[in-house]
Design a protein around this ligand. Structure first.
Ligand code: FES
Ligand SMILES: [Fe+2]
Length: 328
């Protein structure tokens, strides 16, 4: 008897770096409620231009900092009684009407960093500090590359399922209408959170037909860069971040940039290919279940390798989350 509730295996919330905003969307003094990993938080930018993330609710009487909270120097002031909390440590640094600050007056502060056009937070189910990092990409600093264009969408899928797409070459043929499944090679760094897939095929571009290599680099479950190489003196880069909102939804954000000599000829096509590509995946993701032990055939070698690699990003084994804890 096929029923979603019986067939679906709930994935735990993964550990790693996940983007919570585009850098350019958060100005100095901005305060914003955000919700990721099934938790409520507040995101703000201090007067020194540092992006900070704190848990949402004030330890005093429980006001939500994201609704009326105000940046004061490097702190955030609660909208209810004006207590101020340091963005870096989460400790209360000032109570405007009281000298002594209670020891327990602090909120959890999330480790953040800003890189490649995004604000990232480190999520760990056991609150462990960052265990790995990912590189800055030279394209974002290069004046010969275009101002990145952005695209974002909330998708109904667990983050592992959206990532798994990259390791599922056959679906490009059936879901995305590619004529065939191009041969590829995959390389996992030893003991690492990074891997690379390379696919070479002939591609039609507006300025001709080229033998191109699609290079996909992934760091953790939420971060992938796809580069198109093979056009002499030119290149395209799609940088995507996928952040779990809760067990069933993710917030995906993309930055797309290309060498300036490609913007006019291929910029629009590049953007359109991405937006239509994602639309094609939506119905599959929304309606599928997650199988912890899928029946794979001998051609599904990437998928088997990916599942094994993905396990390192969970503090608990897949399938260990009960329905009472939020399983669907
Ligand atoms: S609830 Fe935040 S200061 Fe009172
Ligand atoms: Fe896809």
């Amino acid at each position: 008897m096929a029923h979603r509730e019986h067939e679906h295996v709930q994935l735990p919330m993964p550990n790693g770096w996940f983007a919570v905003a585009f850098s350019r969307d958060l100005r100095v003094g901005d305060v914003r409620p955000i919700e990721y990993f099934g938790e409520e938080m507040v995101l703000f930018r201090t007067r020194d231009a540092r992006a900070r993330v704190l848990d949402a609710f004030c330890p005093h009487l429980g006001a939500h900092f994201g609704y009326g909270g105000r940046v004061m120097g490097e702190t955030l002031r609660c909208p209810f009684h004006g207590w101020q909390f340091d963005g870096e440590s989460g400790a209360c640094s000032r109570i405007p009407y009281c000298e002594r600050i209670p020891k327990r007056a602090r909120v959890k502060s999330w480790t953040t960093q800003e890189k490649n056009g995004f604000i990232w937070v480190w999520h760990h189910a056991e609150d462990k500090p960052p265990e790995w990092d990912f590189p800055s990409l030279p394209e974002f600093e290069n004046p010969d590359w275009s101002e990145p264009r952005s695209f974002e969408k909330v998708l109904d899928a667990p983050v592992q399922d959206t990532h798994e797409n990259n390791n599922d070459p056959v679906h490009f043929q059936f879901v995305h209408g590619q004529p065939d499944t191009p041969p590829g090679e995959i390389h996992y760094d030893e003991d690492s959170t990074h891997y690379q897939i390379r696919n070479t095929s002939e591609q039609e571009m507006p300025n001709g037909s080229f033998v191109m290599t699609l290079v996909r680099d992934s760091w953790g479950l939420g971060l992938t860069a796809v580069r198109s190489e093979g056009i002499p003196g030119a290149g395209l880069l799609m940088y995507s971040s996928t952040t779990p909102i809760n067990d069933r939804q993710v917030h995906s954000r993309w930055l797309l940039t290309c060498s300036n000599n490609m913007v006019d000829v291929a910029g629009e096509e590049f953007m359109n290919r991405l937006t239509t590509g994602v639309q094609q995946d939506l119905a599959i993701w929304r309606n599928k279940v997650h199988r912890a032990k899928p029946v794979l055939c001998e051609a599904d070698t990437y998928l088997a390798g990916f599942r094994k690699w993905a396990r390192q990003f969970y503090s608990r084994p897949v399938g260990s989350v009960s329905k009472a804890e939020g399983g669907s």
